[in-house]
Ligand binder design. Structure first.
Ligand SMILES: [Zn+2]
Length: 470
């Protein structure tokens, strides 16, 4: 029956460009036919993936292959892989496991511990997810060239033209020992919200960092870890572009977080390839929760100092049950009003925020998008379907971008995110979905000339795609 209708449509429209109305009708017809929907979304241009962590996005099979090829040591109890020999009976070389005929068994175990494949509910899903990084960290850090090329190849195959990956924590040699007592002082001032006194300490740390030739050291770091590999691997091409964000870790002591933020910002300001700064690690962790306001104040400080740098912040990756109810009310407010974030990642806690209507209106008016990560939120936070505030964002006109977060661990890709969007939210029509795709380039942090080129290319991709529909 469906075939006959489609044939009739084809006869009617001939080979002319299919009209917007008929694409919408076609889309509404297939949105509950999963196979047809997957086929549609695979081919649809998807613009950019703006919320993408390098280390969580390499597929686990690639990491296992790398660990076997380079004969890593595996802890057969915890599934942690290490390059160098380790003390204790639980560590075995992968070649030894092969000789013992146990390699396939351990490959499956690695897949289970390093991703959500075969996840059972023995341990909480958020813990399973965040613990997995520590198990394959050394492997993924040794896999950067292959990892970046893997992203590029996958992106081209699923019609994604741009990735902005959270790639590096900027590390250079600095001596900040004179500030070793500053942590407790800063925390005490933060508990009184004494911004002026905290900024005085920040000024001193900043001056010390600059005096220690941070600019030169960071330029060297950029060249070695990002610019040279990016060029020599020929990551950018006619049909694909990649840019990088630096990140800092929430659980570090305040002086270290601040240092990392300053270095990340300098790194961003001095390289065309580094386009943003982010903050990562579980938001509901003990230190993350205690220092959240202080971290947002650090971003406030840097927004004034580094006016050209873009900041995308994970904020409100929380829900009731994960933290106390009163801890759910301020993170997105602080990221938006205090840290002046240019984009917000996740924001699943939006319904719980104080004055959420005012906040949503502000984000809509000031074009502060939310990076929505549906599979990630479903697995880590158990938020799916109408528990997710995506319809709230839509109703208020907050720009939405669809992204993957950690496609490797979560066993997903950008196509799958759009399939989930279409299946779960019938009020997202084709035009809304197309708008999300355009948002993913409009709100990317890439420089304006490159952005124009990517948007023009996206227009052409959509013309080709829409022409190809039945
Ligand atoms: Zn993330």
């Amino acid at each position: 029956m469906k075939k006959i209708i489609l044939l009739a449509l084809n006869l009617f429209f001939g080979t002319a460009i299919i009209s917007a109305q008929s694409i919408d009708e076609y889309f509404e017809r297939i949105r509950h036919d999963e196979a047809a929907l997957i086929s549609f979304m695979s081919k649809m241009p998807k613009g950019g993936d703006l919320h993408h962590h390098y280390s969580g996005s390499v597929y686990t099979e690639s990491l296992i292959e790398k660990a076997i090829k380079d004969d890593y040591f595996l802890n057969i109890k915890t599934m942690v892989a290490k390059r160098a020999p380790q003390e204790g009976n639980n560590w075995k070389k992968l070649s030894v496991l092969r000789e013992e005929g146990k390699l396939n068994e351990y490959k499956l175990k690695m897949l289970k511990h390093w991703s959500i494949q075969y996840y059972n509910t023995e341990i909480p899903s958020d813990k399973h997810f965040f613990d997995s990084f520590g198990k394959f960290r050394e492997v993924v850090n040794d896999y950067t060239a292959e990892g970046l090329l893997e992203f590029k190849e996958r992106a081209i195959k699923e019609n994604v033209s741009y990735i902005e990956t959270q790639y590096k924590e900027v590390k250079v040699r600095l001596d900040l020992s004179e500030f070793k007592n500053a942590n407790s002082k800063i925390l005490s001032l933060a508990s009184q919200k004494d911004t002026t006194a905290i900024f005085t300490i920040f000024d001193k740390i900043y001056e010390s960092i600059i005096k220690q030739n941070a600019l030169e050291k960071v330029a060297e770091f950029n060249a070695k870890h990002i610019e040279n590999p990016h060029d020599s691997l020929k990551i950018d091409s006619d049909n694909f572009t990649m840019r990088y964000q630096n990140y800092l870790l929430r659980f570090m002591p305040p002086v270290d977080v601040f240092k990392s933020l300053i270095l990340s910002s300098i790194s961003d300001e001095t390289s065309d390839l580094i386009v943003g700064v982010n903050i990562v690690a579980p938001e509901h962790g003990e230190v993350s929760m205690r220092d959240y306001w202080l971290h947002m104040l650090m971003f406030n400080y840097c927004q004034k100092k580094f006016t050209k740098v873009n900041y995308a912040l994970h904020a409100g990756e929380l829900t009731l049950g994960l933290v106390k109810p009163e801890e759910l009310t301020s993170h997105i407010n602080d990221a938006v009003y205090l840290a002046n974030a240019d984009r917000i990642g996740h924001a699943t806690g939006m319904p719980y925020e104080i004055n959420s209507s005012r906040l949503l209106r502000y984000m809509a008016e000031n074009k502060i998008p939310v990076e929505v990560n549906l599979t990630s939120n479903a697995f880590i936070l158990n938020i799916r379907k109408d528990e997710h505030p995506i319809l709230l964002f839509k109703d208020y006109g907050v720009p939405i971008v669809i992204s993957t977060d950690d496609a490797g661990i979560l066993r997903t890709n950008l196509t799958d995110q759009f399939v989930t969007l279409a299946k779960s939210y019938p009020s997202f029509h084709y035009a809304d979905i197309k708008e999300c795709v355009y948002n993913s380039l409009e709100f990317s942090f890439i420089d304006i000339e490159k952005k124009k080129g990517l948007l023009k290319d996206l227009d052409n991709r959509f013309i080709q795609f829409e022409k190809s529909l039945p």
